[in-house]
Design a protein around this ligand. Structure first.
Ligand SMILES: Cc1ncc(COP(=O)(O)O)c(C=O)c1O
Length: 465
């Protein structure tokens, strides 16, 4: 631990030298904002750099440092930051006045048609809102209203935004795993009605349904779990989930806020050939603006219009829902991905594989065990994600516990030390990695691997000698 502390202190000192202006801005921000900002993932230790510009694969901070960025707007920016294509197409709308009006518009219809047609399923309806958190909240409310039940099944490590219904089993608690409520400010009974099951563990899923099936309104999961470790569901797991939900009358919700349009110009549901009852989309579908949506079977979606067993579900998208400018950006993005599907996904998937391999090799060369998660499986051809894990001993990464249990993986090294070490190499990552965009070049992948190799040498120097 002493060695780790020494390493972190060394990195912190170097980072402070490099980011003096950001430090001053952070001190000012801390006077007005809690912890100096609005999202904890952007507020790393000792303080975040402050952004001045972002373009394509890179971002620049207040001190003039330019970083290759693998965070890409919380994984929303598959075409890189501020893509010329979206900006160019938005310009005429902005010129003619694209600010908020509060009326229905035809762009909404076009985006609705586009998303539903890409899922190639009949009888679906969609409603837009402005964040993934709202979409997951509304989806759970729809499930409860439709079924007349109020228990929720979710997976340990699953993140669906700060929805009050889903803030349990998000973070790993040593000794208790993913079993605790993760937020204060919620009624005690909420927590008792949220049941946690292990991601990709079919046996445990069957047990949970045996015990709670008749009380459950919904089972919600990410078919590709994001913060839980960049792991894909097995086909068997999703098929079992579908069967069990049918058998017990439970609404199956796929949270595709990360996976939607990320692995192909559609959702993972289409690639797996498994249809959920409701699905959530966000991030990519806004083309860099605040758009999210709930899509689902007509009968369930209509619970927000007609009274279901528990009355009408008040799913109003919000003042800024279906904002004309936001939707226009989303439409440009989805349209581009649809037309360039053959080009986009294989390319970013191949570059990501090169990166995953290069990173693993760089650490191996220094005698440090590293496993990158995010690799595609037999269903998904290409994956643009990578998460760098430091396993304490050799094993296969299958569950979120493998990624977040500090007895299995060195979480502090991945989350805090690696982050700071890479910033000194002008590479920005979250959870040890991130995702690729079409703006990342082969040359940048090479530079990134060199950056990780440099970090591996520093780690060896401080931790092994
Ligand atoms: C899988 C998943 N669902 C839901 C959300 C919440 O979305 P938002 O941050 O737009 O509220 C996120 C955000 O990262 C997410 O990754």
């Amino acid at each position: 631990m002493k060695r780790m502390k020494r390493l972190f202190s060394f990195l912190e000192e170097e980072y402070r030298k490099k980011t003096r202006k950001s430090c001053a801005l952070f001190q000012r921000a801390s006077r007005y904002m809690v912890r100096g900002g609005s999202h904890s993932l952007r507020l790393w230790k000792p303080y975040p750099f402050f952004l001045t510009s972002a373009s394509g694969s890179t971002v620049e901070d207040a001190d003039g440092n330019r970083y290759i960025d693998y965070w890409q707007g919380h994984y929303a920016n598959i075409l890189g930051h501020n893509p010329e294509l979206v900006r160019r197409k938005l310009l005429p709308y902005v010129k003619q006045g694209a600010l908020h009006t509060g009326f229905e518009g035809s762009t909404q219809l076009e985006l609705a048609e586009k998303i539903i047609s890409r899922l190639e399923k009949t009888g679906l309806k969609i409603r837009f809102t402005t964040s993934g958190t709202l979409a997951s909240t509304f989806a759970v409310m729809l499930a409860m209203g439709y079924t007349g039940r109020d228990f929720i099944l979710k997976v340990g490590g699953g993140w669906h935004g700060s929805s009050p219904y889903l803030l349990k089993g998000v973070k790993y608690h040593p000794g208790r795993g993913f079993s605790l409520p993760d937020s204060a400010g919620l009624p005690e009974e909420f927590s008792q009605k949220i049941i946690i099951t292990r991601f990709n563990d079919t046996e445990q899923l069957v047990d949970r349904f045996k015990k709670y099936g008749s009380k459950l309104a919904c089972f919600i999961l990410e078919p590709f779990i994001g913060v839980g470790g960049f792991l894909f569901s097995s086909r068997e797991y999703l098929e079992t989930a579908r069967d069990l939900c049918d058998r017990y009358g439970v609404v199956l919700i796929f949270d595709e806020i990360i996976s939607g349009f990320r692995f192909a110009a559609t959702g993972l549901q289409k690639l797996y050939g498994i249809s959920p009852d409701l699905s959530l989309f966000g991030k990519l579908i806004g083309g860099g603006q605040a758009v999210a949506a709930v899509v689902g079977r007509r009968k369930i979606m209509e619970a927000c219009e007609k009274a279901g067993k528990e009355g009408r579900v008040l799913f109003e998208g919000g003042t800024f829902s279906a904002h004309e400018e936001y939707l226009r950006a989303g439409l440009v993005m989805i349209d581009y991905l649809e037309k360039n599907e053959e080009k986009v996904y294989p390319r970013i998937g191949q570059l990501a594989e090169e990166l995953r391999r290069g990173i693993e090799k760089s650490f191996q060369a220094e005698g440090i065990r590293v496993v990158c998660t995010g690799r595609p499986n037999e269903v998904v051809g290409f994956s643009s994600f990578f998460m760098v894990n430091f396993p304490k001993k050799e094993f296969d990464y299958k569950y979120p516990e493998d990624v977040w249990n500090p007895d299995r993986s060195d979480v502090f090294l991945r989350e805090e030390v690696l982050k700071l070490a890479l910033l000194l190499q002008e590479v920005h990552v979250v959870h040890g990695g991130g995702c690729l965009s079409t703006a990342h070049t082969q040359e940048e992948i090479k530079r990134t691997i060199e950056a990780y190799a440099q970090v591996a040498r520093t780690f060896k120097k401080f931790l092994k000698s």
